[in-house]
Design a protein around this ligand. Sequence first.
Ligand code: ES4
Ligand code: ZN
Length: 325
Amino acid sequence: MTKDFITALPKAELHLHIEGSLEPELMFALAARNGVAIPYASVEEVRAAYAFSNLQDFLDIYYAGADVLRTRADFHDLAAAYFDRAAADGVVHAEIMFDPQTHTARGIPFAEVIEGLLSAMAQAQARHGITSALIMSFLRHLSEEEAFATLAEATPWLDRITAVGLDSSEVGHPPEKFARVFAAARGRGLKLVAHAGEEGPPEYVRQALDVLAVDRIDHGNRSLEDPALVERLAREGMTLTVCPLSNLKLCVVDRIEDHPIDAMLAQGLRATINSDDPAYFGGYVADNYRAVAAARGLDRAALATLARNSFTGSFLPADAVAAHV
Ligand code: ES4
Ligand code: ZN
């Protein structure tokens, strides 16, 4: 009953790392296609390795997994598989992050990465009617200079990139480290998002707002520790892209029953539900809705609010948002 309602609810996905949608089966297929060795004997062994105590545990395995992605065809197949899963979940619009530095650092040309993703996006629109947008994310454990080099490499495709983002190891790499490159991206007409308050303190969320001037906060959970910040986020109508199964797997919450999604809505925050890295965290977007619906007893009105927030928080033009809400 609830399952059908959730699947049928038209949704936008706003926080999805395309590299995090690499299922173990595709990892093996691409390893074979590219002659790349992987340190696992079976798909089951890969899944068994997905037990994390924190963000860094996960990131180490996520970057290792991405090594099988080598060619334009690989990036196409990766994204095509995601769009098929998203369509089956009732996603009608997806704003997908990619981490170019994870690939260019291994000698994969930027063009191979983005052209593969763009061709899958065009195919998803034709096959499933899904609209999509690209968010180019900078790795915050690297320098701002390296982020500037990535922004420069993206120049030929800037008209096909909607936003820049900031991901990877949060603690010790505050938003202010990227103040200049975010200002430059804004100057080039790009929207801005940043992971903040996943493991980092409320101060990092404030910096994302005040120093980077982001249009959306990815995660934002730890904002709840700071009532004045919550009040401000609510007043400004700032969208938070919350990822419940990610929060569980990365130990941001101890139990899904402790997830604060309903507390966020009750405090007036514009929260949305997203899958983050679905192949690693045990579920796609509808699984995330279902998990919190069951654990927190969300009714249909709350689920509809979360889905509506996903459109109002998207980077779709106002007329497209209006058509969805
Ligand atoms: C990520 Cl869950 C999460 N947090 C930060 N960076 C990431 N990259 C991929 N998934
Ligand atoms: Zn993320």
